[in-house]
Every structure is written in structure tokens, then in C-alpha cells.
Design a protein around this ligand. Structure first.
Ligand code: BG6
Length: 369
């Protein structure tokens, strides 16, 4: 079933473009988002005053990325929470709350219990799931399936980009139903989404070799740090999680602005740090802040690996390595920037001779609490 691939993970990373394209398929008509599963739920979406996203692991980082778009396009307050933390703190939820769960398997017990808890408290529930007929969608009021296809490798990759795609579709749908987004605005975002598969494909074509080579050079590395701001922050967390999961090395993701409040103390000569650089086109402020973060860590000896937009030359004087992603709107960059991080984690685990599909101590679907 692996075809010619060395691992399921390699196959699944190569399928990231299709995972996004298939999740969009049949849900866009004349530039508008039309989600057949949600056709009769306008009252639900107009009757809510907050959204809470619950998930575990990689799915929770998809949720964190999705929250930026949901908030921006619906102007509802959005809060993201780990499913296993959610019900132990008496959360403020009622019938005007929409609890969106994200789960590739649809069977993660922590997430399922959180969904049940939310429903008992009267909240409306919607699940984003990759597995038809799984328990979590069955327990939810509504479901938007991701169409990433079966994911076998324990570390989630193509499901992650499909989850972000599905939340973006949901956000556009709610934004339109609530009259926050105009048809023209929504169509612009739809165009960006439709361009994502081709852009991921380009990264796989142009950056795969360099990123894998980099991972091989770094096979003896004991710790890697990841920095990002705004939507780059959850991508930094995802990059770190992937390394922990399959390479068994210490990795941590930080919000770049938090650097000076503690993590910069970790920087010593040779410490590898991935930095996700936002596009300079949309927000030069955000971009320049990240570039100055890079200068700060470089001055302390960090080995800086930058993920930056094609053509962004400002990063060049301060970067040891540059991985390029195609131009995209700020909210769409995470769908691109995560791809080199998936390739890197896979490359490092492979360089260490590890089984990338079946990492120690982990299971694809955790059905105990
Ligand atoms: C884990 C898997 O334990 O469950 C992760 O190892 C995954 O890869 C997490 O992100 C959540 O799984 P699911 O199926 O709920 O998305």
C-alpha cells in the first residue's frame, strides 16, 4: 500500500496537495463556499455568540491556526483548548456556544468526552473529522469531513493541512451566513484556498531535497527550537511536536515575541532554531519584528534556519539556511510553511534510522483517557 514510498509518512506528506484539494472538492460553487452538510444549519450559526475549538495533539494546532481565520471572518470570539483540559475547569458554555472538535480518527477518547460534556451543557457541537461514521461525528450536531484519505503513519501530516482547510471553509461559511463577509471578500479567500494545493506541490518539488539534506546534516542534533508569530506560532508548535514524535529529540516551539521573556536563555553557540517568517507584503511590522528576533538569536550563536516567502531578501544576511514558500495571504502561509517542517522531521528520523511510521510509545488513535 506504500506504493514506491519508503514509508507511509513519506507517501502521506506527498499527498498533502490532494488532501487540501479533496477537502475543497464539491464545496465551492462560483467562488462561494457551499457545504452541503451545513445547508440547513443557518439558525445554528446565527444563534451562537462564541466558538470553542477542542482537540488533541496535531489536531489542536490545526485548531489554533483555524482560530485566527474563524475570528477574523466571523468576528465571534474563538477560544482553543486541549480536549483533556476542557471539562475540568467548569467552562463557560451554553446553547449559544459552538464547540468545534477536530479529530483525524474521530475516536480520540479525550476529544469524545469533551464533545459529550459540551453537549450535556447545552452547547452546539460540530466535528471536523477524517473518518466517515466515526464516534465523534456521530455524537455531534454537525460534521464537516476532511477528505485527506486514510492516514496510516502515527504522526499526522496530510490530515493536518486538510483540517486547516476544513476550518477555513467553515469560517467562510459562518462569515457569510452571519453577514460579516461580503461575497467578494469570501471569493478572495476561496481563491487563496484553491491555490494552496499547487503551492504545496511546488514546495515538495523545490524544497524537499534541501530540507532532507539539512535533516541528514543535523542527525546528531539534540535539541531544536521553533519560533513563529501570529499563525506561525502554532506552526512552530507543530514543527516541534513532529520532531518529538518521530525523531525523539527535544524540540520546543515558542511565540517569537516570548523569546526575550525566557527562551532566549536557551540560545548558545550552534543551537538550531527554525524561524517562520511572515510575509513582508501584508504586515511589514510583523515581518520586521521576526527579522529582529532572528538577529537577536544569531548574535548569540544560534544556527538559524528560516522559512520565508520567495523573494524575501531581508532574511538572507542573518540565516544559515533558507527554505522558501510561495507567496500567499497571511492566513494561508501556515498551510505552506508546515510542509518543510513535516519533511524535516521525517528526514531527521530517517537519518537516525528510526521507524517513522510507528514511533515508540505512540498510537495512531488513543482510545483511552
Ligand atoms: C495522537 C496521535 O495521539 O492523537 C497524534 O499520535 C494526533 O498524531 C492525536 O494528532 C489526535 O488524534 P486525532 O485522531 O483525534 O486527530
Amino acid at each position: 500500500e506504500k506504493g514506491g514510498w519508503s514509508s507511509f509518512m513519506a507517501k502521506e506528506v506527498s499527498e498533502e496537495p490532494e488532501a487540501v484539494a479533496n477537502t475543497l472538492r464539491g464545496r465551492i460553487q462560483d467562488g462561494a463556499v457551499v457545504i452541503p452538510e451545513l445547508a440547513d444549519l443557518d439558525d445554528l450559526f446565527t444563534g451562537i455568540d462564541r466558538i470553542i475549538i477542542i482537540a488533541c495533539g496535531t489536531a489542536s494546532y490545526a485548531g489554533q491556526v483555524g482560530a485566527y481565520a474563524l475570528e477574523q471572518w466571523t468576528r465571534l470570539p474563538v477560544h482553543v483548548e486541549l480536549a483533556h483540559e476542557f471539562r475540568y475547569r467548569d467552562p463557560v458554555i451554553d446553547e449559544r456556544s459552538l464547540v468545534v472538535s477536530i479529530s483525524q480518527s474521530g475516536e480520540t477518547m479525550d476529544t469524545l468526552m469533551a464533545v459529550k460534556y459540551a453537549a450535556e451543557r447545552g452547547a452546539r457541537t460540530l466535528s471536523i473529522c477524517n473518518t466517515q461514521g466515526a464516534t465523534i461525528p456521530r455524537e455531534s450536531d454537525a460534521v464537516v469531513y476532511t477528505h485527506a484519505g486514510p492516514e496510516v503513519a502515527v504522526a499526522s501530516t496530510k490530515a493536518f493541512v486538510a483540517q486547516i482547510t476544513a476550518i477555513y471553509l467553515l469560517a467562510l461559511h459562518i462569515g457569510r451566513v452571519r453577514g460579516v463577509l461580503s461575497p467578494v471578500e469570501a471569493a478572495e479567500h476561496v481563491r487563496e484556498l484553491e491555490a494552496v494545493p499547487g503551492k504545496i506541490k511546488r514546495i515538495l518539488d523545490t524544497e524537499q531535497e534541501h530540507t532532507t539534506q539539512l535533516a541528514h546534516w543535523m542527525a546528531d542534533t539534540r535539541s531544536v527550537l521553533f519560533l513563529g508569530r501570529h499563525v506561525g506560532f502554532p506552526i512552530a508548535l507543530e514543527g516541534a511536536l513532529k520532531l518529538k514524535e518521530i525523531s525523539y529529540i527535544h524540540a520546543e516551539g515558542f511565540a517569537a515575541g516570548e523569546l526575550k521573556h525566557g527562551p532566549i536563555a536557551l540560545i548558545e553557540a550552534g543551537q538550531p532554531v527554525f524561524v517562520l517568517v511572515p510575509s513582508p507584503r501584508e504586515s511589514s511590522l510583523l515581518h520586521d519584528k521576526v527579522v529582529s528576533n532572528i538577529q537577536e538569536i544569531r548574535a548569540r550563536g544560534a544556527r538559524v534556519i528560516v522559512i520565508a516567502e520567495e523573494g524575501d531578501a531581508a532574511v538572507l544576511p542573518f540565516a544559515d539556511e533558507v527554505l522558501r514558500i510561495p507567496l500567499a495571504g497571511p492566513l494561508f502561509e501556515p498551510l505552506l510553511a508546515v510542509v518543510p517542517l513535516h519533511i524535516f522531521a521525517m528526514g531527521l528520523a530517517t537519518a537516525k534510522g528510526l521507524d517513522v511510521d510507528q514511533p515508540r510509545n505512540l498510537a495512531k488513535s488513543v482510545t483511552v483517557e
